[in-house]
Write a protein that binds this ligand. Structure first.
Ligand SMILES: O=c1[nH]cnc2c1ncn2[C@@H]1O[C@H](CO)[C@@H](O)[C@H]1O
Ligand SMILES: [Zn+2]
Length: 382
C-alpha cells in the first residue's frame, strides 16, 4: 500500500498510521472472553488449579500454539482449542482475573465500548452456579474498567451470555441473561459448531427474549451458508448476525461490475442488520481466503451495516487495531472508513439509545476529528 504524505495542496495523509489506529476510539461487539486470555494468565491459572493439559507452559510458545492450532481451516477444529482456556476458567478468582485482563487489554488498545461474550454453562466444572459465574465475570469487568481508568484509558464493557448450540440449555441461559439485564449483561448469543445445529433448535430461547423485549445476536453464516442466516433472521428474529459472511452467496457480481442482491441480501441491507465481521477468524476457519478477498470489502462498498471485530484475540493473535490495520492494508481504508465502521458498531450496540448517541457524539466523532486534524500541526502524520 502506497503511504501518501501531506501534499503541497494540504490534504490529510491518507493512510492511517498504526499509532493513529491504536489511538482511534474503537467499538467491539464480537469478542469471546474465553478466546482472549493472555498466554501468561493461562499458564498461571493452570498452575493454580492443577490443570496439566496445556501443550506447553512457556507463554510465548503457548500463544503460538493457539494461533497455529486455530489456523486449521475448519470451525470444528478451531473450537477444540477452547478446551484449554475453559479448563482454567472454573473458579471465581480465575473468572474475575480473566475478565479484568480483558477489559484492561481492550482499553489499552483504544476500545471505548465492548460487548464481550462467554458461555456460562462452560464454567461450572468446579461447582460454581450460573449466577456465580455471571457475577464473577461482571466483577472482573468492573475491576478492569477501574484499572483502565487509572492508566488513563476509558472503556465500558457489557457481557453477552452465550448458549452453546449443540447443547440444550439455551432457554435457561436466555432467562439468566434476562435476570441480569440491568446488572452488566447486555444480551444473548448462540455459538459453537454451526453445521448440523441450526438456530431454530433454540427457538424457545429466542421467543422468550423477544417477549421480554431483550436483545440477541446469533452466530450465523460462518461455517454454513444462507439457510443459517435466513433462519437466524426470519425464524429467530436476531438483532445482529455473528459473522454473516456467507451473505455474499446471495450477491451476484456481473461481468460488467454491476451487482445484484438476492432477496435475503436485500433484506439484510434494507433493514440495516448489523454484521459482526471478524476477518482474521474467518481466514483461520476458511470462511474467507485472504484479507483482500474477504467479503467485507464488497459489503462495505454496498453499504451493508458492517462492523469489524476480533472474535478471539488469543486464537487469532489479533486485536481491534490489528483487524483495522489488515483492512487498511488490503483496501486502503482511511480514518473516515474506520470511523464509519465504528459508528456502525456503536449504532448496533445493545446499549440504550441515549447512551449510544452520547458515545457517538461525545467520544467517537471527537476522537476521529482529533486524529484527522493532526496533520495540520505536523504531529503524528508519518
Ligand atoms: O467464531 C466462532 N464461531 C462459533 N463459535 C465460536 C466462535 N468463537 C468462539 N466460539 C465458541 O463460543 C464459546 C463461548 O465463548 C467458545 O467456548 C467457543 O466454543
Ligand atoms: Zn464468535
Amino acid at each position: 500500500m502506497e503511504n501518501e504524505t501531506v501534499t503541497r495542496a494540504g490534504t490529510a495523509p491518507r493512510t492511517p498510521t498504526a499509532d493513529q489506529i491504536r489511538r482511534a476510539p474503537k467499538v467491539l461487539l464480537h469478542d469471546h472472553l474465553d478466546g482472549g486470555l493472555r498466554p501468561q494468565t493461562i499458564v498461571e491459572l493452570a498452575a493454580a488449579c492443577g490443570y496439566e493439559g496445556l501443550p506447553t507452559t512457556d507463554p510465548v510458545e503457548l500463544g503460538e500454539w493457539f494461533r497455529e492450532a486455530a489456523d486449521s481451516g475448519s470451525l470444528e477444529r478451531y473450537l477444540e482449542t477452547f478446551a484449554h482456556t475453559c479448563a482454567v476458567m472454573q473458579t471465581r478468582e480465575a473468572l474475575i482475573r480473566v475478565a479484568a485482563d480483558c477489559a484492561e487489554d481492550l482499553a489499552a488498545d483504544g476500545v471505548v465500548y465492548a460487548e464481550v461474550r462467554y458461555a456460562p454453562e462452560q464454567h461450572l466444572e468446579a461447582g460454581l452456579t450460573l449466577e456465580q459465574v455471571v457475577e464473577a465475570v461482571n466483577e472482573g469487568f468492573r475491576e478492569g474498567e477501574r484499572r483502565a481508568r487509572e492508566a488513563g484509558n476509558r472503556i465500558r464493557v457489557g457481557a453477552l451470555l452465550t448458549a452453546m448450540r449443540h447443547a440444550a440449555r439455551s432457554l435457561e441461559i436466555a432467562e439468566l441473561a434476562n435476570r441480569y439485564r440491568d446488572r452488566g449483561v447486555s444480551g444473548f448469543d448462540i455459538a459453537g459448531a454451526e453445521a448440523g445445529y441450526p438456530p431454530t433448535r433454540h427457538l424457545d430461547a429466542f421467543e422468550y427474549l423477544k417477549r421480554e423485549n431483550n436483545h440477541f445476536t446469533i452466530h450465523a453464516g460462518e461455517a454454513f451458508g444462507l439457510p443459517s442466516i435466513w433462519q437466524a433472521l426470519q425464524w429467530c428474529g436476531a438483532d445482529r448476525l455473528g459473522h454473516g459472511v456467507r451473505i455474499i452467496d446471495d450477491i451476484e457480481t456481473r461481468p460488467d461490475g454491476s451487482v445484484r442482491l438476492g432477496r435475503l441480501a436485500a433484506y439484510v441491507r434494507d433493514k440495516r442488520v448489523p454484521l459482526e465481521m471478524c476477518p482474521t477468524s474467518n481466514l483461520q476457519t476458511a470462511a474467507a481466503d485472504s484479507y483482500a478477498e474477504h467479503p467485507i470489502g464488497l459489503l462495505r462498498r454496498l453499504h451493508f451495516r458492517v462492523t469489524v471485530n476480533t472474535d478471539n484475540r488469543l486464537m487469532s493473535g489479533t486485536s481491534m487495531s490489528r483487524e483495522f490495520e489488515h483492512l487498511v492494508e488490503a483496501f486502503g481504508y482511511t480514518l473516515d472508513d474506520l470511523q464509519w465502521f465504528t459508528l456502525n458498531a456503536m449504532k448496533s450496540a445493545f446499549l440504550p439509545f441515549d447512551e449510544r448517541l452520547a458515545m457517538i457524539n461525545d467520544v467517537i466523532k471527537p476522537g476521529y476529528a482529533e486524529l484527522k486534524a493532526e496533520w495540520l500541526f505536523g504531529g503524528a502524520a508519518s
